[in-house]
Design a protein around this ligand. Structure first.
Ligand code: NAD
Length: 461
């Protein structure tokens, strides 16, 4: 039986990063993954393919409608969907095989098969050749999550599907209904709208982008609505059924909606099925998430868990931070994640990006704060790009001026948020940000201006 210092179950951004870091720290490491491709949901059927399609579909829409204002005339723009999909698959393949290479370089033993916990320090892997038992001084569960289902909506993987199907539709559906106005619904809804679908988003809440700052979400809805996404809020979907070639989506107290395809994007659930948590009595909470302490230790000695399978936002970079902290703690006795500085980005156009507390959270906590807001309309670079929607909002403590949250809706907000994260990580005040020189003309000048606006001194509005 092979024996390792660390056995990692799952090779997503949590698992593969944990394996690499552990190897760097001198541990012997095995990583068990049931899929042929490494990288998990994020690389195979999540973040990466969706961003590839978002990029391609944006080019298509710009070529079709967006170049005239720049004095560029193009004629006969047509969509080659198979080529677009092929490019996306190529991007995915390059990145996933890159992880194979990183495993080889770092001498991480890759075990292809499905892992099941058999007992303390023991993992059984069902491989193509049969069962194999491996031993780990420590076992790290990084099995991620899977799309959550919706009662009454039977996912058939064709007309009614999850994000996995919506990343590979073989044609552009004339009418696409998206259930859920979260990250997935808005990103993939945007892709198919740009490619020609009439997209209707049905959302249970009375707002979109739950968890994000309400002012930002309201503005995002206005902008996306203008682009042609149609929203029905306070719409609880209770069922969906096939009716010939159509799908009929039932909404509580409202008329049903007919569609050619339906994307169910109502969240994700932790993936622990068949993992054998009971074999060593690993405790889960009411939502099926593995319970861990601040060092990611589960209730079973020697077993650890990180990423989507534990509490907190289901984000690749959150899983990565936890991977590093968990493994470093094992190797050195130190390891920490700053949960107050984990950014979130929704890659719509404009992008929505945030870090730290929302205005609502500060009000609810009774934290006294000041707010600075700056619109991209007044930013020179945004003007030259012809991308003036949205704003930057900086929230700082009323007394100490320490930055508590930054929220950006605007062009390339996902890139811009990095500066905000660094500011929060270093405990910056709004004044610090306002006095930091920003190159002109750039989009991040809007961040500086919003920081100035906290003290009522924005220059360009
Ligand atoms: P989400 O939690 O972001 O949004 C789901 C939405 O569905 C919510 O607004 C919810 O109110 C709504 N909903 C639930 N039940 C409903 C019903 N019966 N009828 C109508 N609406 C209903 O989930 P998601 O968009 O599916 O994304 C899943 C996870 O993947 C999220 O945790 C997200 O963090 C992650 N993700 C992140 C990114 C990114 O970082 N850019 C992209 C995609 C996914």
């Amino acid at each position: 039986m092979d024996s390792f210092d660390l056995v990692v179950i799952g090779a997503g951004p949590g698992g593969y990063v944990a394996a690499l870091r552990a190897a760097q720290l001198g541990m012997s490491v095995a990583c068990v993954e049931k899929e042929k491709m490494l990288g998990g949901t994020c690389l195979r059927v999540g973040c990466i393919p969706s961003k590839a399609l978002l990029e391609s579909s944006e080019h298509f829409e710009t070529a079709r409608d967006g170049l005239k204002e720049h004095g560029v005339k193009v004629a006969g723009v047509t969509l080659d969907l198979p080529a677009m999909m092929k490019r996306k698959d190529r991007v995915v393949r390059t990145l996933t095989t890159g992880i194979d290479g990183l495993f080889r370089k770092n001498k991480v033993a890759r075990v292809e098969g499905t892992a099941r916990i058999a007992g303390p320090g023991s993992v059984v892997v069902t491989t193509a050749k049969g069962e194999e038992t491996i031993a780990g001084k420590h076992v790290l569960i990084a099995t991620g999550s899977r799309p959550a289902g919706l009662p009454g909506v039977a996912i058939d993987g064709d007309r009614i599907g999850t994000s996995t199907e919506a990343l590979s539709f073989s044609d552009v559906p004339a009418r696409l209904v998206v259930i859920g106005a979260g990250y997935i619904g808005l990103e993939l809804g945007s892709v198919w709208r740009r490619l020609g679908s009439k997209v209707t988003v049905l959302e249970y809440l009375d707002r979109i982008l739950p968890g994000m700052d309400a002012e930002l979400a309201a503005e995002a809805m206005k902008v996306l609505g203008k682009q042609g996404l149609s929203f029905t809020l306070s719409a609880r979907v209770t069922g969906a059924r096939l009716d010939g070639a159509e799908v009929v989506v039932e909404i509580e107290g409202k008329d049903p909606v007919r569609a050619d395809r339906v994307l169910v994007a109502v969240g994700r659930s932790p993936s622990t099925e068949g993992l054998g948590l009971d074999a060593v009595s690993i405790a889960t909470d009411g939502r099926g998430r593995i319970e861990v302490d601040e060092h990611f230790q589960t209730s079973a000695p020697g077993f650890f868990a990180i990423g989507d399978v534990i509490r907190g936002p289901m984000l690749a970079h959150k899983a990565e931070e936890e991977a590093i902290a968990c493994v470093e703690w094992l190797a050195t006795g130190y390891g920490h994640v700053n949960y107050d500085a984990i950014p979130g980005v929704c890659y719509t156009d404009p992008e929505a990006a945030a870090v730290g507390k929302t205005e609502e959270e500060l009000v609810a906590a009774g934290t006294p704060f000041r707010k600075g807001r700056f619109p991209f309309l007044a930013n020179g670079r945004a003007r030259t790009l012809g991308r003036t929607e949205g704003f930057v909002k900086v929230l700082a403590h009323e007394k100490t001026d320490r930055i508590l949250g930054i929220h950006i809706l605007g062009p390339r907000a996902g890139e811009m948020i990095a500066e905000a994260v660094a500011a929060l990580e270093f405990g910056a005040t709004a004044e610090d940000l306002a006095r930091t020189c920003h190159a002109h003309p750039t989009l991040p000048e809007a961040l500086k201006e919003a920081a100035l606006a906290v003290a009522g001194r924005a220059l360009h509005v």
